[in-house]
Design a protein around this ligand. Structure first.
Ligand SMILES: Nc1ncnc2c1ncn2[C@@H]1O[C@H](COP(=O)(O)OP(=O)(O)OP(=O)(O)O)[C@@H](O)[C@H]1O
Ligand SMILES: [Mg+2]
Length: 309
């Protein structure tokens, strides 16, 4: 039996994509189907936070983020600053360029289907990670990818997919230096030059790069990917091969499942939180287990109680 459509909901739409005809048509269709769907449009950073507060004050139960990973991140931050009792469930209308979180949770990319999903499914409780005062729902990635993708439009997936030789050329051109730091978590530690660090609540970042393929959103754990730096072209080849299959304990790639992680760097470390850039010398990442209600299909592969097979 199909689930009933919610009677009311709020859509916070990133102004960059607000006028797309498909979005307008999808909103009209949901209204015609009986949902009182109100829309708020952002102009700049900070607007979404205010709209989240307004929605909570008005008792909105379903809040839909219309935009890319950055829009979802801003809305998650707004939601996490509310009391849990007044926190609306989060739906996503994927309208960004990467939409890594939405792809990771297998949401439909078609605006009509995505809105319909957000307005009909039951919510599922998922973990939310935070790094200092900043929350993220999908992934924090640091090192190589975070630095280069912040200043070029090339996605991490394309950079890593181009092969060892072109990647080496790129790193030379960028005068790339590995980052050194000390990582520690309750069950272990890592010291040394890092090529890449990814801390996943979700599975993918950088435009489709699956850095934490086994991550679940509701298991109380961060899936951490540590990639040690290389010193030759052949080592780089090995590193890229390991990134394809993400071993537990490879020569370069190592995975750790833990509830929290601290980093002490020798210098500012470039980080990307759900696609939003930061530079931090030290940080700690923790999880708030099952703190947010997410509107995804019940067979979403990132739910540990998933019935998908
Ligand atoms: N009207 C607007 N015009 C341009 N940028 C906006 C507008 N409103 C909000 N923003 C900014 O857009 C950024 C978020 O963009 P978002 O990440 O959603 O899209 P994207 O970068 O295209 O997608 P993705 O991150 O999935 O690749 C935030 O920094 C936000 O402040
Ligand atoms: Mg973005």
């Amino acid at each position: 039996m199909a689930d009933a459509m919610a009677r009311s909901a709020r859509l916070i739409l990133n102004g960059k994509v607000a006028q797309e005809p498909e979005v307008r048509e999808a909103v009209s269709a949901m209204r015609e189907a009986g949902c009182d769907l109100q829309v708020r449009i952002t102009w700049e950073t900070g607007d979404a936070l205010r709209f989240v507060e307004e929605a909570a004050q008005e008792g909105v139960l379903r809040l839909i983020a219309g935009g890319g990973d950055g829009s979802v991140n801003e809305i998650v931050n707004g939601l996490m600053h509310l009391d849990e009792a007044h926190r609306p469930a989060l739906g996503i209308l994927p309208l960004g360029s990467a939409n890594d979180f939405a792809h990771g949770v297998c949401l439909p990319m078609d605006p009509h289907q995505a809105l319909h999903t957000a307005l009909t499914v039951s919510s599922r409780a998922v973990d939310v990670a935070h790094l200092g005062a900043d929350y993220f729902i999908n992934m924090a990635s640091g090192g190589f990818g975070a630095e280069i993708t912040t200043s070029t439009p090339v996605s991490l997936k394309r950079l890593l997919g181009g092969g060892a030789y072109s990647l080496m050329g790129m790193l030379k051109l960028w005068h790339y230096q590995p980052y050194s730091g000390h990582l520690s978590w309750p069950e272990g530690e890592f010291e040394g030059p890092l090529f890449l660090l990814a801390i996943g609540n979700g599975v993918q970042a950088g435009g489709g790069q699956k850095l934490a393929p086994d991550a679940k959103l509701d298991d109380g754990l961060l899936n951490v990917l540590l990639v040690r730096h290389f010193s030759s072209l052949s080592e780089m080849r090995q590193l890229l091969a390991e990134l394809e299959r993400i071993p537990e304990d490879g020569e370069f790639v190592r995975t750790v499942h833990t509830s929290r992680l601290s980093f002490q760097g020798d210098s500012a470390f470039p980080l990307n939180l759900d696609g939003e850039p930061r530079q931090l010398k030290t940080f700690e990442v923790k999880l708030e287990p099952r703190a947010l209600k997410l509107l995804v299909q019940s067979d979403c592969p990132l739910l540990s109680s998933s019935s998908r097979h």
